[in-house]
Write a protein that binds this ligand. Structure first.
Ligand code: SF4
Length: 124
C-alpha cells in the first residue's frame, strides 16, 4: 500500500492544530503540525477507530418540555453515528427524567450508553 499524507484538525483541545498525517492505510508513520503528543494519539485513532461524542435530544411524554438533551457517555464509533441518531428517534421517555439517566443502554451493541444531560420534571 502506498504512503499518503492526510490533513486533519485535532479536536482534542481548543487549539485545533492542523495535522499532516503520513500513513500507509491505517498504519501511522508520522504526524507533523501537532503541538503536543495528544495529536499523535488523535491521528492514530482517526486512522484506526474514529469516535465522537454524540449530543442530541430524545422525546419525552408528560414533561415540561417535549425533548430532553442527551449525549453518549463515551466517544461513539463515527461510522455508526447516523444509525445511532435513527435509533434515538424511536426512543420516548416518560417524565420525570433525571440527569445521568441511561436512555439507551449499550447503543447498537457498542458498549456505549446514551444518558440524559439535564433533569426534566414532569408537568404537575
Ligand atoms: S495536538 Fe495537542 S495542542 Fe494541538 S489540538 Fe491536539 S491536543 Fe491540542
Amino acid at each position: 500500500m502506498a504512503e499518503e499524507v492526510t490533513k486533519m484538525i485535532c479536536i482534542t483541545c481548543p487549539v485545533g492544530c492542523t495535522l499532516e498525517v503520513t500513513h500507509e492505510g491505517k498504519t501511522l508513520i508520522k504526524v507533523d503540525g501537532n503541538q503536543c503528543k495528544k495529536g499523535i494519539e488523535y491521528a492514530e485513532n482517526e486512522l484506526t477507530d474514529p469516535r465522537r461524542m454524540v449530543p442530541t435530544t430524545v422525546k419525552v411524554r408528560g414533561g415540561v418540555h417535549p425533548l430532553v438533551p442527551v449525549c453518549t457517555a463515551a466517544p461513539f464509533p463515527k461510522p455508526r453515528v447516523f444509525d445511532l441518531l435513527a435509533e434515538l428517534r424511536k426512543v420516548e421517555l416518560q417524565a420525570p427524567v433525571k440527569i445521568g439517566q441511561v436512555v439507551l443502554e449499550n447503543a447498537l451493541g457498542t458498549g456505549v450508553d446514551v444518558v440524559a444531560t439535564r433533569n426534566l420534571p414532569a408537568v404537575n
